[in-house]
Ligand binder design. Structure first.
Ligand SMILES: Cc1cc2nc3c(=O)[nH]c(=O)nc-3n(C[C@H](O)[C@H](O)[C@H](O)COP(=O)(O)O)c2cc1C
Length: 204
């Protein structure tokens, strides 16, 4: 049975655009693709620690000499990597915070972007992603509009997400944007409706 991993990251638990659109996406996907097993990872409800000193030690410490803290940090990273490896489809809800992804989602990428597990160096300076055959759908919410120049130059969310996913070997990634809700508040309803229509079509 195909597995869908739904990653929620918005710190706005109650009233988030990326949460509600990605919920809609997953619901619609499940209606149109039978026998899909959905798992939800909510990075704001259950925050991950920063990629800190304990996990950093893992790269330079043999297993038998690891501290309890490093062991626990490695176990967490392993669990997240296994969950990602098991998934066939990824649905990521991503709010833009200060022109980029939120720190909750960044922490997740830090924990799953591990040399020898999800990417490897195939030659000096040449990296290769090790996650194959996955499809990602990213639902972005941002208050401003970044589709066109000059504002697209300030978009460090979508290009970063593309780069991070590609680095892991996930080349098949589609992006759906709800943008401009803060810039054109009077158009918020129609912006959300348009995004809902796109979600509906893409997820079916
Ligand atoms: C702390 C904070 C920083 C934000 N920074 C930006 C930003 O740099 N650019 C932008 O277009 N919108 C920014 N926004 C607006 C959010 O992107 C917008 O509210 C979006 O809907 C957030 O996604 P969510 O509704 O899923 O939480 C910011 C919002 C907050 C709360």
């Amino acid at each position: 049975m195909p597995k869908l991993l739904h990653i929620q990251s918005s710190p706005n638990i109650e009233n988030s655009v990326s949460r509600s659109l990605s919920d809609q996406f997953v619901k619609r996907w499940a209606e149109h693709h039978h026998n899909v097993a959905v798992e939800v990872l909510d990075l704001a409800a259950e925050p991950l620690p920063h990629f800190g000193p304990a996990i950093l030690q893992a790269a330079v410490t043999p297993p038998e000499s690891m501290s309890d803290e490093t062991r626990a940090a490695v176990a967490l990273s392993d669990r997240l990597i296994r969950q990602l490896e098991d998934a066939d489809i990824l649905v990521i809800g991503s709010p833009m915070i200060n022109f980029t992804i939120c720190s909750q989602l960044k922490a997740w990428f830090d924990h799953v972007t591990i040399a020898g597990r999800t990417f490897e160096f195939s030659a000096p300076g040449v990296a290769r992603g090790l996650l194959f055959g996955k499809k990602a759908f990213v639902i972005e919410a941002r208050g401003g509009e970044y589709t066109d120049l000059p504002f697209s130059a300030f978009d460090f969310q979508e290009p970063l997400l593309k780069a991070l996913l590609m680095f892991l070997g996930i080349f098949d990634a589609s992006f759906i944007r709800a943008e401009g809700m803060r810039q054109r508040e009077e158009d918020t309803d129609s912006i959300i409706r348009n995004a809902q229509d796109v979600v509906s079509r893409v997820a079916a």
